[in-house]
Write a protein that binds this ligand. Sequence first.
Ligand code: ZN
Length: 254
Amino acid sequence: MYYTIIFFILGLILGSFYTVIGLRLPNKESIIKPRSHCPNCKRKLKWYELIPIFSYIIQRGKCRGCKKHISIKYPLYELLTGICFALSYIVFGLSLKIIMPLTLISLLIIVIISDIEYMIIPDEIIIFGSILLIVETLFINGMNGFLASVVNSILFFITMYLIKKVGDFIFKKESLGGGDIKLMAMIGICFHIKTIVVIIFIASFIALPYAIIVMLKKKEAMVPYGPFLSLTSIALILLKQNFMSLIDLINYIV
Ligand SMILES: [Zn+2]
């Protein structure tokens, strides 16, 4: 119980940091400078205004300076990260096995934030994240795990690319963003090939009705697919679906 709370708090704090990254990276802003400020009145935030969730509740969702409403999404991103971290501890315990799940969850949360806020999945996150995950798998799973990860990742990049081409042809417009394809390649580093098919299937199954409802309300509306892929992946990580059983893939291919 003690560690579950520690992981929850750690998740809240990191979630706050991931929100800053997710909001700033697509704008090519620095992540470290300047300090967090109100986007409306540019007033720099004091330390007690930066406490995840609590600051939002105490300030009743408004900036202390200009009284402008702060999006409820920000504390929700923090809460999501906190919950995911606590659940990761419950599922994987305090061992080496928790490193890759926490890394991937962190990357996916930044992707979710950027994609919801700007419909952008930053290349920096995909490139940095992929390198990090591949290095981790090399250390944790050895050479076979490393090879499996790379093969898996390339296979999924190609599969998603082909799905996109078919989708573009059928719908006569861009069906999948380039970001979604790169995102799947990154997710492909961590999952068994069968699991990734499941991820694409479940994410589409949830995203499609949602997209139809949104587009019926507003014709020109666009629905980002990244958050669906990311949330489905996070759910499967926490359900321990074949996560890190990549060595199977080598046996599967050879
Ligand atoms: Zn303000």
